[in-house]
Structure formats: structure tokens, C-alpha cells
Write a protein that binds this ligand. Structure first.
Ligand code: FMN
Length: 322
């Protein structure tokens, strides 16, 4: 896939997930075959206030694959200003605009998926972003606000007209949140409706899901969100399936936990050991998903405060669960 002038070599990328897809996890996913990724979402308005915490989310160095920065906002001028700041701070080769977030604290301000209820504003936001950007602009959005107002094809046309270089469609309405199944028919309609690349997104948990989603929607590229949690090797599996090659087996427990440790080390370098260990609690639970008897190990992980403790916990967990 090509987004503007940026070449994206494979077929699967890491979808943005606030609180999860930080620099360390993006790097881990790229090491395991993700060929594109996106930062956690950041507020355009907060950027214009020069908020330090927001700016930290924009560090996309050492990612190994092209990485977009995602911003959200509902006022075209604020989005344009936020975009310029995001570009300056990150040097990102692509800027993505969030029009899919369903959280009430975002939609309550008319941001995220609330823009789908106001297609003219969605178009104006995209147009202002494209005008302000010296790199390609993409938009990630949902199929509509709710089942009575599915308008993804109209939105896709408007965003293309406004100059978006590519789109990413998550096949659910805002009302669905993350439940139910992503609608492949609607995603296929969006792919067919526009001539810019459309990335499809929703419910890839296995390599089979990945290739069937591409096949059924006619898309060239798909984004993986929750399926990659504790399972970054899903990208290599999906790429192998797309090439018609044998799908590598997921790693055994010791290799899985070695990846968790590497992620913790990277997080510790970027944030602090204390923060890394707190963040690893949820990741450890994901890396242990499906292992019988893992509940006690997950509980003991909650008490860890150092990388040395994590290393000992990994040894104990391997001996208890193997
Ligand atoms: C914890 C979490 C955080 C998310 N944060 C973002 C975000 O910051 N920006 C965004 O566009 N989508 C966000 N999403 C949506 C995902 O990018 C993706 O569209 C959704 O999870 C569906 O894909 P999946 O079925 O592969 O998980 C988030 C999803 C989750 C579960």
C-alpha cells in the first residue's frame, strides 16, 4: 500500500489504542511483522496549549516501520494548528485524524465519532488538516453513529474530496462500541466507493481472520487492534497467510515471556521502571491468556515493582505453568 508518497510494504498494521500502543509496544509489534503503526490519539486542543504529557505521546522514534501520529478535534482551525505542532514535535510521515472514538468524554465535545453525525464538519476538519499538512493525512472512522445513521460511504466520499490520502474504516457504529462483529459488507462498500487506499479494521484474532477480512472487503491492508495484545506475532502469522506460506506456530511460554520482558525494558527506558512495571500488569495478563492455571501468576504480577522482580516472576511462571 502507498499512503501518499509513503510506501507501506506488508498487509497488516497495528491499530491505534490509547493506553496500549505506546512506543515500546509499537516497536515490539514492528519487530514481529507489523508494517505500519499509529500513535495513541492525542488532542489537537491540548497540543495548542503545549501540554507536556500530550507531547510525550508523540515520540515515534525507533519504531522500525512507518508510524503515523493520530490527533483528534472538532474545530477545523484547532485541528490544523494541532497538526502543525504534532508534525513539528514528531516528524511523523503521516498524520491520522480520529473520527471513530466512541468515548462520551470525547464525543461530548463533538470530537471522535461525533463527527460522523455532522458530515460537513467532518469534511471541513479533514480539509483544514490537509491544507495545514506537508505530509499525507489519513482518517480513521466508523460505519456511522448508530444503526439508524450508517453513513460511512458518504463520509468516505467527503473525506476523499477533502484530500485525505487514505482511510481506515472500523466496521462498527459508535453505538456498538467494541461489541458485536465488525460489518465486512459495509467495509467492502467503503473500499469500493473511493479510489484512495482504505485500510479495514475489526476482529482480526487469527491469521485466517486477517486474510478473510482482506478477501471479503477487497482491501489491500488491514489494521489489528485487540488481537495483537499479548500476541504481537499475529502480524507475522497474518503476513505468512497472505503470502500463502505456512503459518508459524505461536511461541511457547518462555519465548512469549521473553517478549514481555523486552517490552518492559523498552517501557522502562522510555518512562520509568515504576511506570513500566505498573503497565506490564495488563500486558502480562494478555501474554498469559489461554494458559491454564495462570490466574495466580497474574495476581502475583500485580505486586511487582522492579525489572529484577519481573525476571524472577517470569522464571517462577514458566516453572509453574510448563
Ligand atoms: C483500549 C483501546 C484503545 C483504543 N484507542 C484508540 C485510539 O486512540 N484511536 C483510535 O482510532 N482507535 C482506538 N481504538 C480502536 C482500535 O483502533 C480498533 O479500531 C478497534 O479496537 C477495533 O479493532 P480490533 O477488533 O482489531 O480490536 C482503541 C481500542 C481499544 C480496545
Amino acid at each position: 500500500m502507498k499512503i501518499g508518497h509513503v510506501d507501506i510494504p506488508g498487509h497488516f498494521g497495528l491499530a491505534p489504542m490509547a493506553g496500549v500502543t505506546d512506543r515500546a509496544f509499537r516497536r515490539i509489534c514492528a519487530e514481529h511483522g507489523a508494517s505500519y503503526c499509529v500513535s495513541e490519539m492525542v488532542s489537537a486542543k491540548a497540543l495548542t496549549y503545549h501540554d507536556k504529557k500530550t507531547a510525550q505521546l508523540l515520540d515515534i522514534s525507533d519504531t522500525l516501520c512507518p508510524c503515523a501520529v493520530q490527533i483528534f478535534g472538532s474545530d477545523p482551525e484547532t485541528v490544523a494548528e494541532g497538526l502543525r505542532i504534532a508534525r513539528e514535535l514528531s516528524g511523523a510521515p503521516i498524520i491520522d485524524i480520529n473520527m471513530g472514538c466512541p468515548m462520551p468524554k470525547i464525543t461530548g465535545n463533538g470530537e471522535g465519532s461525533a463527527l460522523l453525525r455532522d458530515p460537513a464538519r467532518a469534511e471541513a476538519v479533514c480539509r483544514a488538516a490537509v491544507r495545514a499538512a506537508d505530509v499525507p493525512v489519513t482518517v480513521k472512522f466508523r460505519t456511522g453513529w448508530d444503526s439508524d445513521s450508517v453513513n460511512c460511504v458518504e463520509i468516505a466520499h467527503r473525506l476523499e474530496d477533502a484530500g485525505a490520502s487514505a482511510l481506515c474504516i472500523h466496521g462498527r457504529t459508535r453505538a456498538q462500541g467494541y461489541s458485536g462483529l465488525a460489518n465486512r459488507d459495509l467495509m467492502a462498500q467503503v473500499v469500493a466507493a473511493v479510489s484512495i487506499p482504505v485500510m479495514v479494521n475489526g476482529d482480526i484474532n487469527t491469521p485466517d481472520d486477517g486474510i478473510s477480512l482482506l478477501r471479503e472487503t477487497g482491501a489491500e491492508f488491514a489494521m489489528i487492534g485487540r488481537g495483537a495484545l499479548g500476541s504481537p506475532w499475529l502480524f507475522a502469522g497474518c503476513e505468512a497467510a497472505a503470502r500463502g506460506e505456512d503459518i508459524p506456530e505461536p511461541p511457547e511460554l518462555p519465548d512469549r515471556l521473553a517478549v514481555l520482558l523486552r517490552q518492559a525494558e523498552l517501557t522502562s527506558e522510555e518512562k520509568s521502571e515504576y511506570v513500566a512495571l505498573r503497565e506490564m500488569r495488563k500486558h502480562a495478563a494478555w501474554y498469559l491468556k489461554g494458559f491454564r492455571g495462570a490466574a495466580a501468576c497474574r495476581n502475583s504480577c500485580m505486586k511487582l515493582t522492579s525489572l529484577a522482580g519481573l525476571r524472577r516472576w517470569i522464571e517462577d511462571t514458566i516453572s509453574q505453568l510448563s
